[in-house]
Structure formats: structure tokens, C-alpha cells
Design a protein around this ligand. Structure first.
Ligand code: ADP
Ligand code: MG
Length: 316
């Protein structure tokens, strides 16, 4: 009798025991069950992965949440899969208002494949957002985005990470006043610098965002991220206009169809001092900051703290 009473008491305190189902969510809120994850639409596709908008609704009563889910295009255990695992481990450690929030993971096929669950930013990346919202986005606003990107990057550096893929396509828009850095697929901890990312020449290839030392020696420093920020600032000031994108501008300069020689040409041009030119109607003081990011030697470049100071002065 005492045992039965005890059992009733326990059941009262744990209603989930009665129904026999304990949703995984109640055990670990960062574990998402794939059967409750419903795809709504594709958000984007990159080198090795794809990102989808999904509804996660474990109770099946429309009380669920929208999430962005990153997974691999081909579902096989390989180097890409370990890239995604690294990206997950990086994102999990980052907490900053200008960095996309990690929400959890979804394991499939008994842990063979993994998905990254993050917060969904409805306005997409700056590359999609800016051309569409040019009319209601002032230059003042653009500089606010620039400060926010610098703040996120300064935090990333303080945690000893190098992003290695900073570009407008990887900065996401929460709303018209807030942007966040995303896509940590190439991010490295400064300690594990032994291996490097092999660069390919495609339209969206990060090579056009890379500093000379990345192209020549495949070495990445915090200052290499500063160079890429300069290119991102250039994109901001052009409202991500396709016709003046960094790859377009470079190819206009050297001419098209150099195939295998494109990289060598790019390196040569940068070494000879070629730089993206000042975008139309971009204030001199802002272009000066781009040039400070594009000093040939990493040690001669401004750092993110220095940039924040200048932008805050320009904005005050
Ligand atoms: P990849 O490594 O394949 O480049 P990204 O993480 O950059 O993947 O995502 C690709 C695209 O998907 C982004 O440029 C953006 O348009 C969209 N995207 C990614 N994450 C989110 C998110 N959390 N919310 C909304 N859109 C996103
Ligand atoms: Mg990307």
C-alpha cells in the first residue's frame, strides 16, 4: 500500500511518466528530434551545406518555433561532415548580440549525420537585404551595421577564433537595426592552424575577400579577418550591388577567362597595390577605413577596436 501511494505521488509530480513519453526537449533543450522538424523552404546553399527554414513543433499544436537548419548537401560521413561538426562546436561557444545564436543539433540515422539548428533571421543576409531595401537604408544605418560587425568580430577574436569567411553574404539581418555574423563553416581556433582551406575560383569564392598572406602563404591571422571586413564594408557602401561586387570589379580590371591564372593575377594585382576603388557617394572617411584594412602587411592594418572607435566618432 505504501509503495502504491508513493508511486501515485511520483506520478503526480511527473505527469510525463503517466503518458509514457518524455519528450527529448524536456531532457535537453538543445536536442531536436528530426520527426518534429518540418521543412518550410530553402534559405540558402553554399560550398558544402544547405540551410533550410523549418518549423519545430514537438507538441504538434502550432506552438512551435521557426528555426534555421544547416545540413550537408550529400549525406555521407566524410570531411564535410566533420566540417559541420566543427562549425557546431564553434557556434556553441559563442555568445554575443552580433553573432547568430546556436540553438542545438539534430542527430539522424543513429548519429551518422548531424544538423545544426540556429535562430532564424527573417531578413536573410545583407547580400539579399540591401539591394531590396536600399531606399529605406541610410548611410548612417550602414555605418551602424559596420560597427555591429566589428563588435561581433572583436568578440570572436577575443575568443581566439578567426572567421575566414567574413563577407556580406555571411552577415544576417535580424531587423533594420540589428545584424549578426553567421556562417562559421571556415572558422578556426587559433590553436588548430595546421590545416587550411583549399581555395577554388568561383563567383562567390572567398578569394576576393582574402588578404595577400592568405592567398600567398595560406596563413590566416586576426588581421586577415580585418582585410575581409574592409571588403565587406565596401559591399555595404555599394548596397551589395551585383555590378560592383568584389569579384566583378576584379574581373573587370584583369579581364575574364584567365582560368587557372586568375589567382596568380589577383595576387600580382594586390602586390602591385591594386585595391577596390571608392564606391560612388561613399564618404572619404569611410573609404579611408577600407584602405586601413587593406594595408599589405597584416601588422600595418587597423584592428577591430580601432575601427569601432572611428565609426562611433563618425556616428556621434
Ligand atoms: P554556407 O556555409 O553554405 O555558405 P551559410 O551559413 O552562409 O552557409 O548560409 C547560406 C545562406 O543561407 C546565407 O547566405 C543566408 O542567405 C541563409 N541563412 C543562413 N543562416 C540563416 C539564418 N539563421 N536565418 C536566415 N537565413 C540564413
Ligand atoms: Mg556562407
Amino acid at each position: 500500500r505504501a509503495i502504491v501511494r508513493e508511486l501515485d505521488r511520483i506520478k503526480e509530480q511527473n505527469p510525463a511518466m503517466v503518458s509514457g513519453v518524455v519528450p527529448l526537449q524536456e531532457i535537453d533543450p538543445t536536442l531536436f528530434e528530426s520527426r518534429f522538424l518540418r521543412k518550410i523552404r530553402e534559405l540558402g546553399e553554399g560550398h558544402y551545406g544547405k540551410v533550410e527554414l523549418c518549423m519545430y513543433d514537438p507538441h504538434g499544436d502550432q506552438t512551435g518555433q521557426l528555426v534555421a537548419v544547416k545540413s550537408l548537401k550529400s549525406e555521407s560521413e566524410g570531411p564535410e561532415n566533420s566540417n559541420l561538426r566543427k562549425e557546431i562546436n564553434t557556434m556553441r561557444e559563442l555568445y554575443h548580440q552580433n553573432i547568430v545564436k546556436y540553438k542545438g543539433i539534430c542527430n539522424e540515422e543513429g548519429g551518422m549525420t548531424i544538423k545544426l539548428i540556429m535562430e532564424y533571421l527573417p531578413a536573410g543576409s545583407l547580400k539579399e537585404y540591401l539591394p531590396k531595401n536600399k531606399a529605406q537604408t541610410s548611410q548612417h544605418r550602414l555605418l551602424h551595421y559596420a560597427v555591429q560587425i566589428c563588435q561581433g568580430m572583436d568578440y570572436l577574436g577575443s575568443q581566439n577564433y578567426i572567421h575566414r569567411d567574413l563577407a556580406a553574404r555571411n552577415v544576417l539581418v535580424e531587423n533594420e537595426t540589428l545584424v549578426k555574423i553567421g556562417d562559421f563553416g571556415l572558422t578556426k581556433s587559433i590553436e588548430d592552424n595546421a590545416d587550411y582551406y583549399t581555395v577554388k575560383e568561383e563567383q562567390d569564392s572567398p578569394v576576393y575577400w582574402y588578404a595577400p598572406e592568405c592567398l600567398i602563404h595560406r596563413k590566416f591571422y586576426k588581421a586577415s579577418d580585418v582585410w575581409s571586413f574592409g571588403v565587406t564594408l565596401y559591399e555595404l557602401m555599394t548596397y551589395c550591388d551585383r555590378k560592383s561586387s568584389p569579384p566583378e570589379m576584379f574581373q573587370n580590371m584583369i579581364g575574364r577567362s584567365h582560368g587557372q591564372m586568375t589567382m596568380a593575377r589577383l595576387v600580382k594585382a594586390l602586390e602591385d597595390g591594386w585595391r577596390l576603388s571608392c564606391p560612388p557617394s561613399c564618404p572619404d572617411m569611410v573609404y579611408i577605413q577600407m584602405r586601413r584594412c587593406w594595408a599589405h602587411a597584416p601588422e600595418d592594418r587597423v584592428d577591430f577596436k580601432g575601427l569601432i572607435e572611428v565609426f562611433e566618432r563618425l556616428l556621434s
